[in-house]
Design a protein around this ligand. Structure first.
Ligand code: NI
Length: 255
């Protein structure tokens, strides 16, 4: 059995003291591959350091995160472009729109998102989408820019059945399912009962959003197992089958 964490920020300072232990625990839980979404120009160096330490397990992506879109976003996007010319990346991410924390730069967030979708098309890479309180804005942009080749993940999906179907109808996109699925009172399980597993990939978003019973603590990639177990329970199939299908989905997307 092999599990894949399609979204984990293992290069952040929360892991500075024990990253080797964190990776060891993940491997013991059969979580063998980690896709590392970038945040902005300050996180590229620590991310690439981790990739050179664990080249068989860690796979970097590059992009400018919605919450890092500020006055200087055009310079930040130039750095993303330079990185794409010089290094191997597996996706453009994470990118998107976040209206939860701050709406000041909404227009710039939209511009940066569209620009990075065009970069993904140019480099033939999937996109990792961060959508927070912004499904309408994200959907408007994907409606406009989607084509037969564009693929990606709606990271941390927690929407309705209608929103899940809208994403599936784009053809190239998967739902990234994480710790929220395990929360008491989460309605996501009900939604996913009616979503075919071929549309789902697993993620932690570590160090954030730990699944229960670790809710509120630091998240880490070994907890993919807790998310996969919950999904197995909801879909009433074996953990092995969940691992097989979600890993195949992730590999098809990234490789
Ligand atoms: Ni993230």
């Amino acid at each position: 059995m092999k599990l894949i964490d399609t979204h984990t920020h293992l290069y952040l300072e929360q892991f500075d003291n024990d990253i080797d232990e964190v990776i060891k625990r993940a491997l013991e839980n059969k979580v063998e591959q980690f896709f590392l979404p970038n945040i902005d120009s300050t996180t590229i160096a620590p991310m690439m350091d981790l990739v050179s330490k664990y080249p068989d397990n860690c796979f970097p992506t590059v992009g400018l995160h919605a919450t890092s879109v500020k006055e200087n976003f055009k310079e930040e996007l130039k750095i993303v472009e330079q990185q794409l010319e010089n290094n191997k990346f597996y996706a453009i991410g994470e990118i998107g729109i976040d209206l939860y924390w701050d709406k000041t730069f909404l227009q710039q967030q939209e511009e940066a998102f569209e620009y990075q979708i065009e970069l993904a098309k140019k480099h033939d890479l999937p996109i990792i989408i961060h959508a927070r309180k912004s499904f309408n804005q994200i959907f408007n942009i994907i409606d406009k820019l989607n084509d037969d080749k564009l693929t990606g993940i709606f990271h941390c999906f927690g929407g309705s059945f209608e929103q899940a179907n809208k994403i599936i109808d784009y053809k190239g996109f998967k739902l990234g399912i994480g710790g929220v699925l395990t929360f008491k009172n989460s309605k996501l399980g009900e939604v996913l009962k009616n979503v075919d597993l071929e549309h789902i990939v697993l993620e932690t978003d570590a160090p954030f959003l730990a699944p229960s019973p670790f809710r509120g603590k630091r998240n880490e990639s070994s907890y993919i197992l807790n998310i996969a177990e919950k999904l197995a329970e909801i879909k009433n199939i074996s953990l092995k089958k969940i691992a097989e299908i979600t890993s195949k989905n992730a590999e098809n997307l990234f490789f």
